[in-house]
Ligand binder design. Structure first.
Ligand code: TEU
Length: 594
């Protein structure tokens, strides 16, 4: 029956859209929005940042065998998929996002045999593995680039974007990481500039060349044939370029990322990739969708486009608490709970009838979620970390949890530039220094926002170096590890870790939390984010206090009581049909009408 209903849904949707009378603003709210089911919509994904997860050979860098030794822990969380950041051969200018051999493992991470045992170990435990696919650019040490730069007539010349110097200086393109800000780098060997949206050691591949695309598809097949279960595709909307390289159109001044994400052939290439590779395997795909505006979202993920299944949207993480126009600096006035709710609600509605969303609040490019969206002071850290987990696990979207966030790990807040390892922070600092900028202000901002906040090692125990390594860790360990670590949280049933496991169990036992319709409540409430999720006559309500002062809200009209399914504090917030939430309180209730 359920299956038949699903088959009917697109039909119902089509009917609902046939020419309503001119006066009807919206089609009636029939439950046409129940999405088709798929395994990759139901999973909870756990992101493992391999450099910082577990070191097995005491060189201070996490590695594959280290992850293998922690598989039972990963299994115990209840997650279904691991997304692994790049472990391929790389000179590590950008921690593996600069690949010099796509079919080899970098020695710091181990060997291909170690990779195989990780894949088998995960599969034996019923966990899938998603790899990072970084193909907008390679390392400048990749043999393709070595060939390409060697002469203008080399067969690999056309694997990258070159601008011959006799044509003058190319039109400005901004780089995310470059010390001088430009995405063009002059190379004297052939007297030409090459394009690099990221660091000068990350030249952009020329997707316009069909040989490049064939190589990429071969790499993808290599990993799928090994048994990996999907790809997270790094900056995938950037792959297509207008190769005439005109001046950046005025509409994109101040937002070059949006321009990069709108290349003329991006959809043609993704459709080809889907036809050639993705459609042949039962796998999952998630594109890193930086720069993709909400109105373009479905072009990437609507089922009938045959491109990707999902992507990460950056509207929240790129702007929340950041200075408009320069994301390296914080701006605490640039955060309001109604705005945050608006973003979640808008993105939910995009995928109401086709496509599918993702939700995340932290990853290896972000500071820690509890520090950024919650409150990491000792008094509120646990409650606010649990509250944010509740949000992630009750949205209609595939949730991604970054390692350490299941413990409530917080920002380390480096104050000395020598502690930083991230080229983005270091290069920008050097540039500012050269230009005589305000270094103190910059460092104060990075203490809150730097990517290294999210890259400090996993905190396993109160032993030395948090049980991460017996060597010298590649980046400092947050000194709070003595309090916040896996071993301590395992012992304490009230810990963030225990709550995380309960919350995952709740999501997995309630298909409603995956597929149910989302409805925002109490839109303007400045302290409480509340919404319902409903499916087949049942309704759950989620109420989250984003404030140390707590907050008030109420059951939606028509409901008289609620049964608490999960609560991150000991006290019940229910007072009749009102909810009086404590500081950072989070509850999920099943609503009833008497
Ligand atoms: O990140 C791309 C990146 O810089 C985004 O975080 C960007 O700020 C966003 O898309 C803009 O909206 C990816 C990787 O996650 C990162 O670690 C790499 O450094 C980068 O690509 C280069 O490969």
């Amino acid at each position: 029956m359920k299956r038949r209903l699903e088959l009917l849904l697109p039909l119902l949707a089509a009917c609902a859209h046939t020419a309503p009378p001119a006066t009807t603003p919206n089609p009636p709210a029939v439950e046409i929005s129940t999405p088709r089911r798929a395994w990759w919509k139901q999973v909870v994904v756990y992101q493992v940042y391999p450099r910082s997860f577990q070191d097995s050979d005491n060189n201070g860098v996490g590695d594959l065998r280290g992850i293998v030794s922690r598989l039972n822990y990963i299994k115990s969380l209840g997650v279904d998929v691991v997304w692994l950041n790049p472990v391929y051969q790389s000179p590590n200018d950008d921690n593996g996002y600069d690949i010099s051999d796509y079919r080899a493992i970098m020695p710091e991470m181990g060997t291909m045999a170690d990779f195989d045992s990780l894949l088998q170990g995960l599969h034996r435990r019923g966990i899938k593995l998603v790899m990072d696919l970084v193909v907008n650019h390679t390392s400048d040490e990749h043999p393709w680039f070595q060939q390409s730069r060697s002469s203008r007539t080399n067969p690999y010349r056309d694997f990258y974007h070159w601008w011959p110097a006799e044509r003058g200086t190319p039109a400005k393109r901004w780089s995310f990481f470059d010390e001088e800000g430009s995405a063009w780098r002059y190379d004297s060997t052939t007297q030409a500039f090459y394009l690099h949206y990221f660091s000068r050691k990350q030249p952009d591949l020329k997707w316009e060349n069909p040989r490049v695309r064939r190589e990429v598809y071969d790499i993808m097949r290599f990993w799928f044939d090994k048994g990996v279960d999907g790809f997270r595709m790094d900056v995938i909307p950037f792959i297509s370029k207008d190769t005439t390289f005109p001046p950046l159109p005025a509409a994109y001044h101040g937002d070059y990322v949006a321009y990069y994400a709108k290349g003329p052939k991006v959809h043609e290439y993704l459709q080809e990739m889907n036809r050639e590779v993705l459609s042949k395997y039962d796998i999952m795909t998630v594109g890193e969708g930086g720069g993709v505006a909400v109105e373009d979202a479905l072009k990437f993920v609507a089922e009938d486009r045959h491109e990707l299944q999902t992507f990460f949207q950056f509207e929240l993480v790129d702007h929340w608490g950041r200075r408009p126009g320069n994301w390296l600096y914080p701006d605490s006035s640039n955060r309001s709970l109604p705005a945050l709710k608006g973003i979640f609600t808008k993105w939910d509605s995009v995928f109401a009838t086709s496509g599918w969303g993702t939700v995340f609040l932290g990853n290896h490019d972000q500071s820690r979620m509890v520090s950024r969206y919650g409150n990491d002071t000792p008094r509120y850290r646990n409650a606010s970390a649990k509250m944010l987990q509740t949000l992630l696990l009750t949205m209609r979207a595939t949730p991604y949890i970054y390692d350490g966030d299941e413990l409530g790990m917080a920002n380390i807040r480096f104050t000395d530039i020598r502690d930083y390892r991230d080229l983005m922070t270091i290069n920008y600092y050097n540039r500012l220094k050269r230009e005589g900028g305000d270094l103190r202000e910059f460092l104060a901002g990075q203490a809150e926002l730097s990517r290294d906040n999210g890259r400090t090692p996993m905190q396993w125990s109160a032993d030395s170096n948090a049980g991460f390594t017996a060597g010298v860790p590649w980046i400092r360990i947050n000194p709070d590890y003595r309090m916040v670590n896996v071993a301590a949280e395992e012992r304490d049933t009230g810990s963030v870790l225990h709550y995380f496991r309960r919350m995952i169990q709740l999501r997995k036992s309630e298909p409603l939390l995956v597929y149910g319709k989302y409805q925002l409540l109490d839109r303007e409430n400045p302290e409480v984010f509340a919404y319902t999720r409903s499916l087949q006559g049942r309704t759950l309500m989620v109420a989250l206090s984003f404030s140390a002062k707590g907050g008030m809200t109420a059951l939606p009209a028509g409901y008289t009581s609620g049964k608490i399914l999960i609560n991150n504090l000991a006290s019940s917030p229910l007072q009749g049909t009102r909810l009086e939430l404590g500081a950072y309180q989070a509850v999920v209730l099943e609503l009833t009408r008497d």
